[in-house]
Design a protein around this ligand. Sequence first.
Ligand SMILES: Cc1ncc(COP(=O)(O)O)c(C=O)c1O
Length: 362
Amino acid sequence: MGEQGRRLVDFCIPCNPYFPTPEMFAELADNLEHVLRFYPSDSATIAGELARLLGLNPATLAMANGSTELITWMDHLWFRESVAIPVPTFGRWTDQPMETGKRVDMFPLRELDRFALDLDEYVAFIRARRSRVAVLVNPNNPDGGYLPRRDVLRFMDELVDLDLVVVDESFIDFVDAERDPSVATDAAIRSNVVVLKSLGKNFGLHGVRFGYLVANPGLAARMRRTLPKWNLNSLAETVVFMLRDHGLEYRESLRLLARDRYAMGTQLARLPDFTVFPSQGNFLLVKLAPGVDGTELRDHLINRHQVFIRECGNKLGMSNQFLRFVVRPQADVARLVEGVQAFGRQQWPDELARRRHADRPA
Ligand SMILES: Cc1ncc(COP(=O)(O)O)c(C=O)c1O
């Protein structure tokens, strides 16, 4: 891992650097013995607390050990033959149904459109393929592309005849384009819509494993009956109960993160080999200039600068020319920029750099 004694900066795992606060971690540490020794409460008690926190009816919730567990169970319960999904996206949305023999209809998002999803084209694609389930990840991972709430509602309205429409809102708390971007309450009054949330993503606690879905009481109850008893651990329960007292800090963390996203996006866009795509998530997707190798840049950054980034070569619909950077505070971004510039100097020795510069339009 390169130089000794230098802290690794993680631009790979999409954590929220401002939440939980150090005080909250101290509170958790103080309670750890009690938390780990005893069984958690039953799901109904935890769901009741979560519902109070979110202002939702507990009958519309089903909670699981990370939202990946819910993707798995949705596939077993409700994906019968085919599922449509725009790509690139989170790998489990394509891999899970393929592993169980379903047809996955992948709708390609185009770099030319800056990975923006055209909903009318997506609906036409779903009709042409006769897909029975449609998934929409909003904002999408890895590009952070976002669709306004009114468009997602229109999408849900157009697909009332499908077996299921899933809106994955794992990153929606990071949106600042509109005040109330979630369609969770709308899902609860529709016959075929499920909204998926990941507390790990929102609260920066991936290890706790906590996700939930919101759907009409019939669908939510079906999922609750399927999930194993005591699938939530005491640490997840403790976090849910702590959130009641830390709403202010959470909202402040989101404000800081949106500020950092803007600053970091501006800085990365100034780097000559980087094209940055617009994002409403807590990460930024970047395309490298032709001839710059993403795998080499990733290895250079980790080996020489202790900066860890996500190279997207293993994502369907991407190549190793694409990199994803988690939004981080300015001091960390300075280290990233320094590392990228050092890589550029090494890649483009003086003569080449001069020629490259001369080739550029004024
Ligand atoms: C869009 C999306 N949905 C769901 C998940 C799964 O999250 P969890 O950690 O809650 O299982 C991820 C993880 O990266 C994701 O990117």
